[in-house]
Design a protein around this ligand. Structure first.
Ligand code: MIG
Length: 644
């Protein structure tokens, strides 16, 4: 059951698709107070209560003890105690004797003190008007499904988006891109797409290719696509200030955000000064979405939307400030260290000038919506592949999400693992981290361990920043070890793709804690380094330097050990066990009476046959979601039961 409460006159976010009737009473079980600081909600926690949610937020899986400021921020150097990240995801579940969910649907900042200041009390504050949805159901899992149901179906990319992707900031020219492809081919490393970072552009300007370095983008795209490898260009959010017709059109029609005096706001990002589309205005989404035709005309079908918090380096106002001043983060939140100057620009909403701060958290998601609608039309009857850096609750309807800049450390591998449940709770089924880490030199063992985790995440991409040691798998010794883990992904794709399809259709999540299923098992409730993946699998990746780890089995299961070719199955008893996992192997578990469909290895999803599967595990049948990988008709009848 969902109850809706409205505070002030909030801007309609359209995050929940249904029209819920507004309640008038107190938002029980919260104690509500209106103070100078805004709208405040308190809840006393019981000793065993756990808190899940906040989407992309870092910290433990159980968010009890966390402080969080929901304010979309570019923060590449985040850690467990970071206060804000790229996305603003405002849904939490308090899991205890009387579980309930709360979605603070606010276009602006919300402050979550989840038993941080006072260890037994939740205090949530919003300065600006917003809508509160409270969700009541029997358990945390059911509450999450209700939130998923109310916020709309998850974005479903083309099958090739589930392949392995290789990225780098940046591949500087066509030759380097071809080399990445050829090396993967030479060492028989599976690959479905290569990402082009900002250096493919002409002076960092979106919707251009540098003619010298990429003389024939259409040729490149076609050649690679024939081989089964797609190109995904990055698209930055700011549009370079110049005299081009698309910019003139934007200025004439008032499509860009403005300063208080009504003149267009300019701020510098990679190409120098840029304009920002005012996605709140009618017509602007269509304008922006159609710009992607530049890429689709070249045969491109995948897009990587960056910097859409929006993140800016400096504005006209802050341009001449001394560097230290320019670098000063906003005092209210953490950021990329640059003074974001959001107070200088305004959106036009229902004919009114609204300062960016009032609606900041919606911006990145609105860009995704514009991109999705545009690409949807441009690709006609085919699904594309889109992922973004910034988002709001419900952006999952339009885009996948990657978790932004991370580091090549075991700490960040663990941090990535901890984000999986929250992202799924927000509907971001198509999500994943920069595998191997963005900043830093990734060691061979770290990359292998990270691959062993990321091969379960639907968005599976290796990305690395400029200046660091190359991170493509073929740069490391014993390529076969890397091939093993990439093969594992492709052989498991029938399962991963099918679980994804079912989760989309049934408002389900892919990653869940053991406690969601094994409710009465006290030990299972406290396990936070193992997760269930879909209906059949339990994953237990190694997230540190060790070669072994302890695994807890709430029931007897099938232990599966994959060595690059075979899935070796052993029945193992419930309870604790210690397992040894060599760097080139994958170990996971299949729940009793469940099955996992696996297929033969291949190098590209174009060569995969998702219907040609073997069922492993102790069950006898499996419900498989299956389609042609491109259709937009995602329907229940695509699910069929297959038997051993
Ligand atoms: O200012 O395009 O998170 O993945 O490689 C940095 C360059 C801009 C940030 C993204 C990262 C990307 C980088 N971008």
């Amino acid at each position: 059951m969902i109850k809706k409460y409205v505070y002030g006159k909030p801007y309609l976010t359209r995050s929940y698709s249904e029209d819920f009737k507004e309640e008038t009473g107190e938002p029980f079980p919260f104690q509500y107070q209106k103070t100078e600081k805004g709208y405040t909600f308190r809840y006393p926690l019981k000793e065993k209560d756990k808190i899940y949610g906040l989407g992309e937020a870092t910290g433990k899986i159980d968010k009890r003890g966390k402080r969080w400021i929901s304010f979309a921020s570019d923060n590449g150097h985040h850690e467990d105690d970071t206060l804000s990240l790229y996305s603003a995801h405002n849904f939490i579940v308090i899991d205890g004797e009387t579980p309930f969910g709360a979605f603070f649907d606010s276009p602006s900042t919300v402050i979550f003190d989840l038993a941080y200041t006072n260890k037994d009390e939740i205090v949530i504050t919003s300065e600006k008007p917003f809508t509160l949805y409270l969700i009541f159901n029997t358990d945390a899992y059911s509450i999450i499904k209700e939130h998923r149901n109310a916020s709309g179906k998850s974005y479903f990319p083309a099958l090739w988006g589930f392949g392995y992707g290789q990225s780098r900031f940046s591949y500087f020219n066509e030759k380097q891109v071809m080399k990445v492809f050829k090396k993967h081919q030479k060492y028989q490393l599976p690959l479905d797409y290569i990402c082009l970072d900002i250096h493919y552009m002409d002076e960092f300007e979106d919707f251009t290719f540098n003619k010298k370095r990429f003389p024939d983008p259409k040729g490149l795209v076609t050649t690679l696509k024939d081989e089964g490898v797609y190109i995904i260009p990055i698209v930055d959010c700011g549009l370079k200030v110049n005299e081009k017709p698309m910019i003139k059109e934007g200025l004439e029609k008032g499509y860009f955000v403005k300063k208080e005096d009504g003149t267009p706001f300019k701020a510098a990002v990679w190409p120098g000064f840029t304009y920002f589309v005012d996605f709140f205005k009618k017509d602007t989404k269509e304008y922006f979405g159609h710009l992607y035709s530049f890429y689709t005309d070249l045969g491109i079908e995948g897009f990587w939307n960056d910097m859409n918090e929006p993140s800016i380096f400096y504005s006209e106002l802050t341009k001449d400030l001394p560097k230290e001043e320019k670098k000063k983060g906003n005092p209210d939140f953490e950021g990329n260290g640059y003074f974001q100057d959001y107070s200088s620009f305004f959106h036009v909403i229902d004919g009114q000038n609204v300062n960016h701060y009032e609606v900041h958290n919606l911006y990145g998601g609105l860009l995704c919506e514009a991109c999705y609608d545009g690409v949807d039309k441009l690709l006609k009857d085919r699904r594309g592949v889109i992922f973004s850096r910034s988002s709001y609750s419900a952006t999952h309807r339009y885009s996948g999400l990657w978790t932004g800049d991370n580091s090549s450390t075991y700490r960040h591998l663990r941090l990535n693992f901890n984000q999986l449940l929250g992202l799924n709770m927000e509907g971001f089924l198509f999500s994943g981290a920069d595998t191997g880490g963005f900043g830093g030199n990734c060691s061979r063992s770290l990359l292998l361990r990270w691959l062993a985790l990321s091969l379960w995440t639907p968005l599976f991409r290796n990305h690395c920043a400029i200046i660091f040691r190359p991170q493509e798998c073929y740069h490391y010794r014993k390529k076969k070890d890397f091939r093993n883990l990439l093969n594992a992904r492709y052989q498991l794709l029938p399962y991963i793709y099918s679980e994804f399809g079912k989760a989309v259709l049934r408002d389900d999540i892919l990653f869940k804690p053991l406690s969601f299923i094994f409710k009465d098992d006290e030990t299972a409730t406290n396990i936070d380094d193992q997760l269930l993946f879909g209906d059949s699998v339990m994953i237990c990746p190694i997230l540190n330097k060790e070669k072994t780890r302890k695994v807890y089995l709430p029931v007897s299961m099938t232990e599966v050990r994959y060595d690059g070719k075979n899935f070796k199955e052993t029945n193992v008893d419930r309870g604790w066990r210690e397992i040894k996992v060599p760097l080139n192997e994958l170990v996971f578990y299949i729940l009793p009476d469940k099955c996992v469909p696996v297929t033969k290895p291949c190098l590209h999803t174009k060569d995969i046959d998702l219907s040609d599967v073997t069922l492993i595990g102790s069950g006898t049948e499996y419900e498989q979601y299956l389609d042609d990988g491109f259709t937009k008709d995602i329907k229940e009848s695509n699910i069929r039961v297959i038997k051993k």
